[in-house]
Every structure is written in C-alpha cells, then in structure tokens.
Write a protein of this length. Structure first.
Length: 129
C-alpha cells in the first residue's frame, strides 16, 4: 500500500507544480489564484473519487488509496479538509464542522505566522554567525 501512496504522491506533487506554474503565468495577478484553483479542484476530485469508490466496487482499495491519499494528497491536502468537513455536515454535526473549519483556518494561519517568524529569527541568527 505504501508504494501506491508513494507513486500517487509523486504524481500529485508534479501535477500541483505544473498546474500551479501554468495558472500563475497566465493569471497576471498577485492573488494566489493557482493555490485556490488547486485547492478547489482537489476538493472536487476527492469528493468525486471518495463518493464513487465508497458506493461501488469498481476501484480496488489500492487504487482508491493511490488516488485519494497519494495523488490528491500530493496535489492538495485542502481536499481532505473539505471532504472531512462535508462528512461532518452530512452527518448533521454542524457544531463539530464549524469548529473544524474555524480551528483549521485560524490555527493554520497562526502556524504559518509562527513559521515565518521562526524563519526570520533563524536567518537573523545565521547573519550574525
């Protein structure tokens, strides 16, 4: 199963690089439209593959894992967040879905902020040495 995930991740990562670069060159804006497109298209594809795979036997567990965790995980992890939120909503668990959305966005932005601050400190330290 690990090899299916590894192969899928490689495909997804390359797809993200190619699609992101292609969109960025053509967008002519500083708005991260390439990331938005990747996240939205990845969410769509994960919803499609998961729902299809879970309701039919036409995809083996290995292929489903390769496509979902591998390809789409390498392409975007936002798709997983979107699908998991949708599952909570479908289960009628609006409270947990809302908490998941809020926590994911706020904590991810906070983590990115801390990461940027840590990088600045490391760079400053490096310059002093």
């Amino acid at each position: 199963m690990i090899w299916y995930v590894a192969l899928g991740s490689a495909i997804g990562g390359v797809a993200r690089y190619l699609v992101g670069g292609w969109v960025q060159l053509r967008s002519g804006t500083t708005f991260p439209v390439q990331t938005l497109l990747i996240n939205v298209s990845g969410s769509f594809l994960l919803g499609l593959v998961q729902r299809y795979a879970l309701e039919t036997t036409s995809l083996s567990p290995e292929v489903r894992t390769m496509l979902t965790i591998g390809v789409l995980g390498g392409y975007t992890t936002f798709s997983t967040f979107s699908y998991e939120t949708l599952r909570l909503v479908e289960d009628g668990d609006w409270r947990r879905a809302s908490a998941y959305i809020l926590l994911s966005v706020v904590l991810s932005i906070a983590a990115a902020l801390v990461g940027v601050a840590a990088a600045r400190e490391l760079l400053a330290l490096r310059r002093r040495i």
